[in-house]
Design a protein around this ligand. Structure first.
Ligand code: ZN
Length: 158
C-alpha cells in the first residue's frame, strides 16, 4: 500500500549497490589471502556480488568480471586458484582455467583488439546516460534504453 521504490523490478541505480559489490570483492580477496583453504566463503562472497549485480542490472567492470569463475563463482587468482596460459598464433589469446572446476575463460590479447568500453564509440555516449564516458561498469541506463526500445517494438507487433 503506497510503498515507493521499484520493488525489485527493473534496474536500480543505487550507489550503495556498487559499494556493496566492492566490499564483497575485497572481502573475497582478503579471505583467500588469509586462509586459502576456505574456498567456500570466497565463493559465497563472489556468488553474492554477482547476484547483486544481476538483480540490480548493474554491469561489472571487465577487470572484476574476468577474475570470477562463471561456473563455481571462485575468485580467479593466477597461481592460487587459476592457471593462465597465453596461446594462439593467428589470434593471440589468454586462457584462464579455474582450478576448482576446470572451466576455462578465453580472452583475446592481440594489440589490435580493444574492449567496447575502451572504444571511441563508448566514450562518445550521451552524458545524460548517467555515467562518465569510458566506464562500462555503469551501463544500466543504456541497457534500460535498449530494453525500452525492444518493449515498444514488441507492443507494436502485438
Ligand atoms: Zn570454477
Amino acid at each position: 500500500m503506497g510503498k515507493k521504490g521499484n520493488k525489485g523490478r527493473g534496474p536500480s541505480t543505487k550507489p550503495e549497490m556498487f559499494t556493496r559489490i566492492n566490499f564483497l570483492y575485497q572481502a573475497a580477496h582478503r579471505v583467500l589471502l588469509e586462509s586459502p583453504n576456505n574456498t567456500g566463503l570466497v565463493r559465497f562472497y563472489a556468488y553474492t556480488l554477482r547476484s547483486i549485480a544481476m538483480k540490480n542490472v548493474l554491469r561489472l567492470d571487465p577487470t572484476i568480471k574476468r577474475t570470477l569463475c562463471k561456473k563455481c563463482s571462485m575468485l580467479l587468482i593466477p597461481g592460487v586458484t587459476a592457471t593462465v596460459r597465453h596461446r594462439g598464433h593467428k589470434q593471440r589469446h589468454t586462457v584462464v582455467t579455474c582450478l576448482e572446476c576446470n572451466v576455462s575463460k578465453r580472452f583475446v590479447t592481440s594489440s589490435t583488439h580493444t574492449l567496447w568500453c575502451e572504444q571511441e564509440e563508448a566514450k562518445t555516449m550521451p552524458s545524460n546516460w548517467g555515467h562518465p564516458p569510458g566506464q562500462c561498469n555503469r551501463g544500466t541506463q543504456q541497457r534500460n534504453v535498449q530494453t525500452n526500445a525492444a518493449n515498444k517494438k514488441m507492443q507494436k507487433n502485438v
